[in-house]
Write a protein that binds this ligand. Structure first.
Ligand code: HEM
Ligand SMILES: [Cu+2]
Length: 535
């Protein structure tokens, strides 16, 4: 006799043990969400510490050594523990099977293993960072990373382990999309978020092993003096940069492609229109995933490479901008004359488009070798990648969190508060990062704890912006936590979305669907009714 079916995946076993041993992709997604949010919070605290140190010239709250360790803590936490897993592992896990009408991912046990690998890797890396405090920055550049006396080794090992979690997740999604689509759900009917996760998974599977290899080589160099990167032993430090960026440039698309998928969903849902040019979005997703592998040299214009090489890498980089522009035009085309609902996910979506556009345009300028030499290693690079990684990716993460919160937990959140927080966050981002472009252009180098007094006003502006951001994030954490228990019941489809994931209950039952869903039409097919208010 089988036990009675639980109401939802949340009520199917309430013990901690039932969570720790679950094979349900939705619970695994929620676990990743909680874990990545925790590291986002931690990385945010480290960022505030950096901004406080930079409030005044000279020593403010910490010395130079502590500063170096602090920006390493911040970078390692944000990039490896938050950005890379956040959207694919949390929302991808929760949504991909729901969106393709499957009961679970292809390898549920492996999926659970990816949580444990992630926790293990994160613990080892954090332990190293607190124990000896690595001071290399998140990029582990040689020769410094092979000679410094700080605890680089555990951090490398931690990131190496997290790499396996990433690879396993990517493999799982590829297998899932290939084999578990519901009958009738052809490739050209896949929701755009699924396409984005699919493109991301390809990068994860192909690029992450290169990262593992280069980390292992640095470890070898530190432990037995292998002489691969050390010129004194006949090695080549530039080789490190080639290998590192061969992974890390595609990795920036591990951070941004899933965001683009979120945005494609949100734009359709909140303008009640079918995606303008679905196929162009799909092809540009695959285009970015492909071209992203041939652009790494734009990180090395200033470290010595042939003029031809620099020109070729510059041109390839600009191709990415073209694919991105295609997406931006398609989103704008979707919004144009739609029945637009100003809800928090849409506010974050607009923020995302703004930051992606400006961050990307500045990326094009950097990919121009001559301009790059002026800005390289200055604060303006810091501003560029924060515009895209924080401005755009975190915006998309927040859009996803607000859009799918009712799906995941069956509750709504206070809409007015959420809209207020979104506006605060967007202004906070602008105030934090625009001054950094100006600082960099004036010559403020990155990764310095100190600066001449005439830079102070811009630093103060940036720190003030960061405080606004912190305040906004606390507000979001507050009302979402409150809504988990006290929010109004959402009903199955509170936004009236046509997205396939809304065809199951909110929160979904353990095996996702009580009756197998049908797919007579493509995704995002709206006849433009008004969007009901979710809260
Ligand atoms: C779309 C998402 C993007 C993300 C997430 C991203 C991220 C980053 C990151 C993290 C860095 C700094 C790496 C470091 O720590 O040294 C960086 C630098 C750079 N980015 Fe981007 N980027 C994006 C788009 C672009 C585009 C579209 C271009 C060119 C068209 C571009 C060109 C560059 C260049 C040339 C640098 C090196 C600047 C220097 O160090 O002199 N980026 N980017
Ligand atoms: Cu790059």
């Amino acid at each position: 006799m089988s036990p009675p079916a639980a109401e939802s995946y949340l009520s199917d076993g309430r013990t901690l043990w039932s969570w720790l041993t679950t094979h349900d992709h939705k619970r695994i997604g929620v676990m990743f969400l909680v874990l990545t949010l925790f590291f986002f919070f931690l990385g945010g605290l480290f960022a505030l510490a950096l901004r406080i140190e930079l409030l005044t010239p000279g020593r403010t709250v910490m010395g130079h050594l502590a500063y170096n360790r602090m920006f390493t803590l911040h970078g390692v936490t944000m990039v490896w523990l938050f950005m890379i897993p956040a959207i694919p592992s949390a929302f991808g896990n929760f949504l991909v099977p729901l969106m393709i009408g499957a009961r679970d991912v292809a390898f549920p046990r492996l999926n659970l293993a990816s949580v444990y690998l992630y926790v293990l890797g994160a613990s080892v890396a954090l332990w190293g960072m607190f124990e000896g405090g690595a001071d290399t920055g998140w990029t582990f550049y040689t020769p410094y990373s092979t000679t410094t006396g700080t605890a680089v080794l555990p951090v490398l090992v931690g990131v190496f382990i997290i790499g396996f979690s990433t690879i396993v997740t990517g493999l799982n999604f590829i297998a899932t999309v290939h084999t578990l689509r519901a009958p009738g759900l052809t490739w050209m009917k896949l929701p755009l978020f699924v396409w984005a996760i699919y493109g991301t998974s390809i990068i994860q599977v192909l690029a992450t092993p290169v990262l593992g290899m280069v980390l292992a080589l640095v470890a070898l160099e530190r432990v037995v003096g292998a002489g691969i990167f050390d010129p004194a032993r006949g090695g080549d430090p530039l080789l490190f940069q080639h290998l590192f960026w061969f992974y890390s440039h595609p990795a920036v698309y591990i951070m941004v492609l899933p965001s683009m998928g979120v945005i494609s969903e949100a734009v359709s849902a909140f303008s009640r229109k079918n995606a303008f040019s679905y196929r162009m979005i799909v092809y540009s997703t695959l285009g970015i995933a492909f071209v992203g592998f041939f652009t790494w040299g734009h990180h090395m214009f200033a470290s010595g490479q042939s003029t031809f090489g620099s020109g070729a890498f510059g041109a390839m980089s600009m191709l990415v901008a073209i694919f991105t522009a295609i997406k931006i035009f398609s989103w704008l085309g979707t919004l144009y004359r739609g029945s637009i609902a100003i809800e928090s996910p849409l506010l974050y979506t607009l923020g995302f488009m703004f930051f992606l556009f400006f961050g990307g345009m500045i990326g094009v300028a950097y990919a121009t070798t001559s301009l790059n030499l002026h800005w390289h290693d200055t604060y303006s690079v810091v501003a560029h990648f924060h515009f895209i990684m924080v401005g755009a990716t975190v915006m998309a993460f927040l859009a996803a969190l607000h859009y799918w919160f009712p799906k995941m937990f069956g509750r709504c959140f206070p809409a007015k508060l959420a809209n207020g927080a979104a506006v605060l966050i967007i202004f906070g981002f602008i105030a934090t990062f625009v001054p950094q472009f100006l600082l960099g252009n004036l010559g403020m180098p990155r990764r310095y704890a100190d600066y001449p007094p005439h830079f102070q006003s811009l630093h103060v502006a940036s720190t003030a912006g960061a405080s606004l951001l912190a305040f906004g994030f606390l507000a979001i954490a507050g009302y979402l936590a409150w809504s988990l228990r006290h929010g109004a019941l959402a009903g199955d489809n509170p936004w009236g979305s046509e997205g396939f994931e809304w065809r199951s209950a909110s929160p979904p039952p353990t095996h996702n669907f009580s009756t197998p869903p049908q797919y007579p039409t493509g995704p995002h097919e709206y006849s433009r009714e008004e969007v009901p208010h979710a809260a």
